[in-house]
Design a binder for this molecule. Structure first.
Ligand code: UDP
Length: 328
């Protein structure tokens, strides 16, 4: 039987490339679309790859005409740095919303049966209650979160009027790497907690904690970390769910572990794994950082009949190994 082709937008980025790697192992044929604006073509990249600006419909649709039949689109491509989005709001709206409109239009024009969209817990803003359910109030506080909520709304309309079948996955905090894949989290500039922490421990340079006066037990923010291996698997389970449930047109699920861990606790775990003491510096809060983001994962667990497998220790260790591979 021939392999099913999955079109992966943003497939050169951290989550997209890791998911492509996983799908290949699972017997699919990933094809990557990327504009390489925030990523580079990874070394030994094994997938067929097209450079394209998703905000240009004609460019995108001319690529679709050259592709084999697409079984599903996994739409990762987006500008996704929360702090940057507060300074470059227009770029975030223009890029993220237009890319979603165009890829949805092409998916409809070329009769792609399934569409999985990477959304984010940033759509909730500062939640009133924890854990956060999918039905919680949607009040994103940053242009990034607002652009992703707008993208969800675009896809909801496509499912309603244009027969696109959509699952929105609202990720909490992905981290870690597929061991020995050569793929992992490496942004420029890097803003995320685990990559910044690991590099500061390796290089013995200060690690900045942004805010230690939050109303949490130790004063630092609480997040729900999920291993990239679990997150990649969740995408396949999302596809399987749409395949098995033909009545589903558009649904939205939280993807996390449902476990809240503070910045201080992450530092303690990393210190133990790397066997180095962190040099901590306290800095003011970052704009748009809610004190606590933890998923209610009951919908995900009951719909996918699945629970994430990997721990915070796994995430830190796998990220550390990935970085050592890049530094050597
Ligand atoms: N954080 C930090 N130092 C860093 C990076 C992040 O203290 O170098 C904090 C950040 O303020 C937030 C948490 O770690 O409270 C998670 O931030 P991250 O950017 O990893 O994910 P976000 O939840 O913002 O998407």
């Amino acid at each position: 039987m021939s392999r099913k082709t999955i079109l992966i937008t943003g497939g050169a980025g951290y989550i997209g490339s890791s998911t492509a790697y996983f799908l290949k192992q699972e017997g699919f044929e990933p094809i990557i679309l990327d504009n390489f604006s925030t990523s580079h073509r990874p070394k030994n990249f094994l997938f067929s790859t097209y450079e394209v600006d998703l905000t240009k419909y004609e460019e995108l649709s001319s690529i679709f005409t050259k592709l084999p039949k697409i079984y599903a689109v996994f739409h990762f491509a987006a500008k996704a740095l929360v702090p940057e989005s507060t300074e470059k709001a227009w770029d975030y709206f223009h890029n993220n919303i237009n890319a979603t409109l165009n890829i949805a239009e092409c998916a409809k024009d070329f009769s792609v049966p399934y569409f999985i969209h990477s959304s984010t817990c940033a759509v909730y803003g500062t939640p009133k209650t924890i854990p956060i359910k999918e039905t919680s109030l949607l009040l994103p506080e940053t242009p990034y979160g607002q652009s992703k909520l707008a993208s969800e709304n675009v896809l909801q309309q496509y499912s309603k009027w244009k027969n696109l079948r959509v699952l929105n996955l609202r990720y909490f905090n992905p981290a870690g790497a597929f061991p020995n894949s050569g793929l992992g989290e490496l942004h420029q500039p890097e803003t995320h907690l685990i990559p910044n922490l690991v590099i500061s421990l390796i290089q013995n340079i200060p690690f900045k904690i942004f805010g230690n006066d939050y109303s949490t037990p130790d004063g630092t923010c609480i997040r729900d970390f999920i291993h990239i291996r679990d997150l990649a698997k969740a995408h396949l389970l999302a596809l399987n769910y749409l395949e098995k449930q033909p009545q589903v047109t558009c649904e939205t699920l939280n993807i996390g572990r449902g476990k809240g861990i503070s910045v201080h606790e992450v530092i303690q775990v990393a210190e133990k794994i790397l066997r180095v003491k962190a040099k901590i510096e306290f800095h003011p809060r970052r704009p748009g950082d809610p004190s606590e983001l933890v998923a209610d994962t009951s919908e995900m667990k009951s719909k996918f009949l699945w629970t994430p497998q990997f721990s915070l220790e796994n995430m830190i260790e796998d990220h550390w190994n990935f970085i050592q591979g890049r530094l050597s």
